[in-house]
Design a protein around this ligand. Structure first.
Ligand code: WT7
Length: 656
């Protein structure tokens, strides 16, 4: 069960045509249709998006210019006025969808709640009024640190409604990580809950907010709004902390959506990069609304009768785009689930599918690999016959997991869309259209219409079919990130300078390696930078190294990813100690816990190896390639003669 390598996927020749019945009912019914739309969009991307923007969204005022492209800075629908909360809610209220389920929520202890569009609208308006009363005005940033409960989506839509950009911080991040984000975003308000339920435990969220705000560490924060969920006793600081249920009781249902500039910031979402602290990816209103709307509609071939379920957490971009904004903009029924699969409840996803008759199911390869391991008797004991379409996201899917998903979960009848995208791209970029694109297990297939993707070398020249290269996007698209919050320079350096402009045209560098086959299908190989993916969660090796080095015992640290059957990769850390400390199992455990404290449980090293020294070039650069080899017990790839101290490798190889 390994990740696809060039060798393994070159042998992957299986091709699955969309089932005829599915294609007949689909929006885009054949490969010819896809190709015609793709060609038309490629010839005039601005025209293509403008037509959809006009047709699919409500605008308070039409734009003057579709695209203003001053590389690497893009503006879409310039001069247009729009509000995504209006497009997700208000416009459905004048139709039959008024009383359709917008959110179906399944809580972890077994409680559940359904909100119709009318009900969701009311609560969003109430929360918008409450946060206005707490002094939040258009442009102020609001942090959302929540469990997977309806109020998380309500908070996002409330912020969008009044034009306050949100920054959702995954509830699994530590108070340290939260503090960094509050400071970087200069958040004025934090919306949180007392606690959330995760893997049979209560996650203390409010105490983590208190810790993040202690000693005035995030002075921009004026108020904390607390949703009652776990019903534990939490400390409330008078004047600063407020219970949502108290303020909701007096809040009006009336809160008109603020007409936003198409380019006004909708949200910041932090993601890990190669260097430094996580960067705040900035998304704006109009383009993001359009792109997530259209990709949800075409990629999932959404029908009004569908029950749609994306299993991500709203703390990640997948939850933003495909639990909240994309589905609700389409007037769909979106399922939100507080639980996560775990050994004590390996069938929980299948229970939710059976309970609500889920038709479209979107999850991550790491979850599929875990289910595969738990055995097919678990899903086979549930009725999954409502499913008609499956999706995956987050990392390459190994063909074995793909086949299992197809046969055991999809009963052989459901197309699978393997969607390649990133926090930075806002919505999926390379994906099958399920009624049109024949699929190959392990390939995200072909670009979405309007997306000009390519595989190039470091000079920017396209590489031949089936040769590895770098995945790039050659033309702006509506939901592309606009910048790194507060750091235009980092935006330029990270995404636009690795590959030089081609004929004066800037190309977006995704940070992934890929290959394109003779049918124009893309096979994404994974990151080419120092970013690793643990259970589909993106972590910067530098970030974990800084966390380790902040412990008094650690002199130097180098982190690499080691292949893991279930998680894709796991964190492997090499550590040298300060003189007065000596290696011990206890210190290892302490360092692991230290990383959890600094970042969160997702970053906990699977293994720490103490070393006397790290392999370095003569100029002092750590040779990570060798560390990766050592971590996975492979032979060294390449020549060690440029190393400063040859004996270091011998010692490292001996391990501990
Ligand atoms: C990185 C982006 C986009 C939502 C979840 C992750 C990897 C994502 C695929 C896929 C192969 C994939 C890439 C990408 N990735 N989807 N279908 N096949 N790799 O978002 O945390 O921003 O991570 O996830 O390496 O660069 P993210």
């Amino acid at each position: 069960m390994s990740q696809p390598t060039i060798e393994s996927i070159l042998q992957e020749k299986r091709l699955f045509n969309p089932p005829a019945e599915f294609s007949q009912g689909a929006r885009i019914k054949s490969l010819e249709d896809y190709e015609a739309i793709y060609q038309k969009a490629a010839a005039d991307p601005e025209g293509f998006w403008a037509e959809l923007a006009e047709q699919e969204l409500d605008w308070f005022q039409k734009w003057d210019q579709v695209l203003d492209w001053q590389p690497p800075f893009a503006k879409w629908f310039v001069g247009g006025k729009i509000n995504i909360s209006h497009n997700c809610l208000d416009r459905h209220l004048t139709t039959w969808r008024r009383n359709k389920a917008a959110l179906i929520w399944e809580g972890e202890p077994g409680d559940s709640r359904t909100l119709t569009y009318a009900q969701l609208h009311r609560e969003v308006c109430q929360m918008a009024n409450v946060i206005k009363d707490l002094g939040v005005t258009k442009g102020d940033r609001v942090a959302i640190y929540m469990p997977m409960i309806p109020e998380a989506a309500i908070a996002m839509l409330a912020c969008a409604r009044i034009g306050a950009p949100h920054t959702v911080v995954f509830g699994g991040f530590s108070s340290e990580a939260l503090k960094d984000r509050l400071v970087d975003a200069q958040a004025k308000l934090v919306i949180t809950a007392d606690g959330g339920f995760r893997k049979d435990k209560v996650v203390p969220l409010k105490p983590a907010v208190d810790a993040a705000l202690a000693d005035n560490a995030a002075p921009s924060v004026e108020n904390v709004l607390v949703v009652q969920r776990s019903k534990e006793n939490v400390a409330m600081t008078p004047g600063r902390d407020h219970w949502w249920h108290d303020l909701q009781a007096g809040a009006s249902y009336d809160c008109p959506a603020e007409p936003m500039d198409s380019e006004d910031m909708l949200f910041i979402l932090y993601t890990s990069g190669t260097t430094g602290k996580p960067k705040g990816v900035v998304h704006t209103t109009g383009g993001y609304n359009l792109y997530t709307h259209v990709t949800t509609q075409w990629g999932f071939d959404l029908k009004d009768t569908d029950v749609f379920w994306c299993t991500a957490d709203v703390g990640w971009i997948t939850g933003h785009s495909y639990i909240v904004y994309g589905p609700l903009s389409n007037g769909a029924t979106s399922v939100m689930y507080e639980g996560v699969p775990r050994p004590s409840n390996p069938g929980c996803f299948w229970d939710v599918i059976e309970k609500y008759g889920v038709n479209i199911f979107y999850t991550a390869p790491t979850a599929i690999r875990a289910f595969l391991k738990a055995g097919e008797h678990v899903p086979n004991a549930r009725d999954l016959s409502s499913l008609r379409l499956l999706g995956t996201v987050g990392e390459p899917i190994n063909p074995e997991a793909w086949m299992w998903y197809h046969l055991v979960i999809g009963g052989g009848r459901c197309p699978i869309i393997d969607t390649w995208w990133q926090t930075e791209t806002g919505g999926f970029m390379i994906t099958p259209l399920p009624g049109a694109t024949p699929t190959k297990p392990g390939s995200a297939t072909r670009p979405f219409p309007g997306i000009l993707a390519d595989v190039v070398d470091l000079e920017g020249n396209p590489v031949a079919d089936n040769e590895g290269g770098y995945l790039v996007i050659k033309h702006p698209w509506p939901s592309m990130m606009r910048t790194v919050y507060g750091d235009d320079d980092r935006f330029r350096r990270t995404y636009w300078e690795h590959i030089p402009p081609q004929d004066g045209k800037y190309v977006y560098f995704a940070g992934d390696g890929a290959r394109r086959d003779e049918d124009g299908y893309f096979w994404v190989m994974g990151r080419v930078d120092d970013v690793i993916s643990v259970s589909g969660h993106r972590l910067g090796t530098m970030e974990i190294e800084s966390a380790l080095v902040s412990h008094p015992a650690v002199a130097e640290a180098a982190v690499v990813g080691r292949k893991d059957e279930l998680k894709g990769e796991e964190v492997f850390a090499f550590v040298t100690l300060e003189g007065t400390f000596s290696p011990s199992d206890q210190l290892k455990a302490e360092l692991k816990q230290h990383v959890v404290q600094e970042i969160g449980a997702i970053a906990r090293p699977g293994e720490i190896r103490f070393a006397d020294g790290l392999p370095k070039t003569r100029s002092g650069k750590i040779i990570r390639r060798f560390l990766r080899n050592l971590a996975s017990g492979e032979a060294l790839s390449g020549d060690a003669s440029t190393m400063e101290d040859q004996s270091v490798l011998e010692k490292l190889r001996e391990g501990d």
